[in-house]
Design a protein around this ligand. Structure first.
Ligand SMILES: *[C@@H]1O[C@H](CO)[C@@H](O)[C@H](O)[C@H]1NC(C)=O
Ligand SMILES: [Ca+2]
Ligand SMILES: [Zn+2]
Length: 599
């Protein structure tokens, strides 16, 4: 059969290529068959994956069991593989099968002495007419095969892998260890103990293959996509606190497929939660190297030089994704109308990741966030500030990026994703206040609550962009509820609310302490975690176009819902200390320091 011959010759060519390992290779020659991973400073591991042959067959070709109506997909696929590759039934084992509306699939492992190969596999697809429409294979013809009886104990193999991979095998939740062969480039089939090892802190998660005769770690499957970003960490205000190379800052609970969903080869500043671009949405930053966005921002040059545009897109992408991941932990999820393209079947409307336009040409010395309803992308426009020489980039001033992003959070969470419910002057003022308050919250590194100022870097002015620092001291910041009466501009009104929230934050941290892991773990009882839970919980509770009074009431209610009212008096006392007591009235804006009975 002509077809069969063709396949055998493909297979031989593959085997020949694998065996010819000693000759020098052209650049990129190993990209399709190898991967080098720097697992740690003293462990670099190159893994081998035999090349796959692959053919598709249009309307399909017959398989050997075609006449037998009762054959399973697995049996048919095994028979097809045997016939095509000239292997025995004992060399083939079905790993899994699946079915969609359009095709049935079978996944096969090569086997020897009854032990499957991890990296010599085949897949066969059948159409609705039971014809084979696709066939891939990385089967090998090993020169030598190690004994199928291990001489290294599984406990020793686990100890080796745990040490080398800096993680743990979890007996409770991981699959039991198995034995599999691993085809090596030199033509040997190595018997390995196979099991998972995970580091709970870094989220590094591997499948380890430890030689069951020599005890050496011969291969890994890396379950995680790594990426490094050179950015201003979110807990820093701006570039004056320095850039750092952060490895894998993404939170796997909040962004289960990482920040770069969709791109498999070269990563860009485009993903499921956000895309950071300049000019047009396709004008993104491409990774500087394998899974890395490392651009040395040059503060002596204009923001518009290429490397500085890349640094800006990278930083804004990192901040918006980090904010997404933090918010997700506190309840701003698909179901509550957040910004994601793919919602992974979790509810809400998708296709609305945040569009981050850095160095937007529409203006200078400012930034905007536009929030349409759930299901349509939010647009963040970051401008260049031209008050210094060279100019400065708002995308490198973290609290400005976080402030803008929080407009999306509050507009979506208030009023059920309609984005219609922060439209009055007072509600717009609250919106500005929440945005400053989140930016402030995201930057706290310790329990100490100092005065806080926003926008210092872009203005090159320690006073920042607001009229007063946020402060617990009435001298440093005298704003009270009554100030709202004479303020007409939303940012000015927002300062009153942000300062109230600064005081609430200080009181909660004073009462319950501070967690350094509040960004990634929302389960603690520390004051900064309590604060941000109440912050997020209150948004969907409050009415459309809230006032200071109703926004306050929503915080009090949120505390009842989550903490049984444990912070009731603390909250009332703090709000009342700045005039937003029990008898404060919207439209009247007279200070009132009354707290409820019993407080
Ligand atoms: C695309 O980005 C580059 C920097 O990477 C920038 O120089 C260029 O102006 C951008 N294109 C547009 C259309 O804005
Ligand atoms: Ca959404
Ligand atoms: Zn704003």
């Amino acid at each position: 059969m002509q077809f069969s011959k063709f396949f055998n010759s493909v297979l031989l060519a593959v085997l020949y290529a694998s065996a010819a390992s000693a000759s020098p290779l052209a650049p990129g020659a190993k990209h399709s068959t190898h991967r080098v991973r720097e697992i740690s400073s003293d462990l670099k591991l190159e893994t081998f994956h035999p090349e796959s042959s692959y053919q598709t067959f249009g309307t399909g070709i017959d398989h050997p069991l075609a006449k037998r109506a009762d054959g399973s997909v697995g049996d048919a696929a095994a028979a097809f593989v045997e016939s095509q590759l000239g292997v025995k039934a004992s060399d083939v084992q079905v790993k899994s099968t699946s079915e969609t509306s359009e095709a049935k699939h079978a996944y096969i492992q090569q086997r020897v002495y009854g032990v499957p190969f991890a990296n010599a596999v085949a897949n066969v697809a059948f159409n609705k007419d039971d014809k084979v429409v696709a066939f891939g294979s990385s089967f090998v013809k090993p020169k030598s095969v190690a004994s199928s009886t291990p001489s290294v104990a599984i406990e020793d193999a686990i100890a080796t892998a745990e040490q080398k991979l800096n993680g743990k095998f979890d007996t409770e939740s991981f699959p039991a260890p198995t034995l599999e062969y691993v085809a090596q480039q030199d033509g040997n089939a190595v018997l390995t103990h196979v099991f998972q090892v995970r580091n709970e802190d870094t989220f590094d998660w591997y499948e380890a293959f430890v030689d069951a005769h020599s005890g050496a770690l011969v291969s890994v499957t890396d379950f995680k996509a790594h990426a490094t970003y050179r950015v201003v960490p979110i807990t820093s205000q701006d570039i004056t606190e320095g850039f750092q190379n952060l490895v894998d800052p993404q939170d796997p609970d909040s962004s289960p497929e990482g920040w770069h969903t969709g791109s498999t080869t070269a990563l860009t500043t485009s993903g499921n939660n956000a895309v950071a671009y300049k000019g047009t949405q396709s004008n993104v930053t491409k990774q500087s190297g394998s899974d890395a966005f490392i651009f040395q921002q040059d503060p002596k040059k204009q923001p518009t030089v290429a490397v500085n545009v890349d640094a800006a897109r990278t930083n804004a992408f990192y901040i918006v994704n980090t904010v997404h991941d933090i918010n997700y932990k506190y309840g701003f999820t698909e179901k509550t109308f957040n910004f994601q393209n793919d919602n992974f079947g979790q509810g809400g409307a998708g296709n609305d990741r945040v569009l981050i336009s850095v160095q937007d040409s529409a203006g200078t010395d400012n930034a905007f966030f536009t929030t349409p309803p759930d299901g349509q992308s939010g647009l963040m426009q970051m401008f260049i500030f031209d008050l210094t020489n060279p100019d400065r980039d708002g995308a490198l001033n973290n609290d400005i990026v976080s402030h803008e992003n929080t407009h999306g959070t509050t507009n979506r969470l208030t009023g059920g994703g309609t984005a219609r419910c922060l439209q009055t002057t007072e509600a717009g003022g609250l919106g500005e206040g929440w945005s400053d308050a989140f930016a402030e919250w995201s930057e706290w590194k310790t329990a100490e609550v100092t005065d806080w100022v926003s926008g210092v870097y872009v203005l090159n002015n320690a006073a920042g962009v607001r009229s007063h620092p946020y402060s617990t001291s009435p001298t440093s910041n005298p704003l009270r509820y009554s100030s709202v009466a004479t303020l007409n501009e939303v940012h000015n009104i927002g300062e009153v609310w942000a300062n109230l929230l600064h005081n609430v934050y200080a009181a909660l941290v004073g009462a319950h302490g501070f967690s350094t892991t509040a960004h990634t773990d929302a389960s603690g009882s520390e004051g900064n975690i309590v604060y941000y839970h109440l912050f997020i919980d209150a948004l969907p509770l409050q009415p459309c176009n809230p006032t200071f009074v109703t926004a306050r009431d929503a915080w009090i209610q949120a505390d009842v819902n989550r903490y049984g009212g444990a912070n009731k008096c603390l909250l009332w006392k703090t709000f009342a200390s700045r005039g937003l007591g029990v008898n404060a009235k919207s439209g009247v804006y007279k200070d009132d320091s009354t707290v409820p009975d019993g407080c």
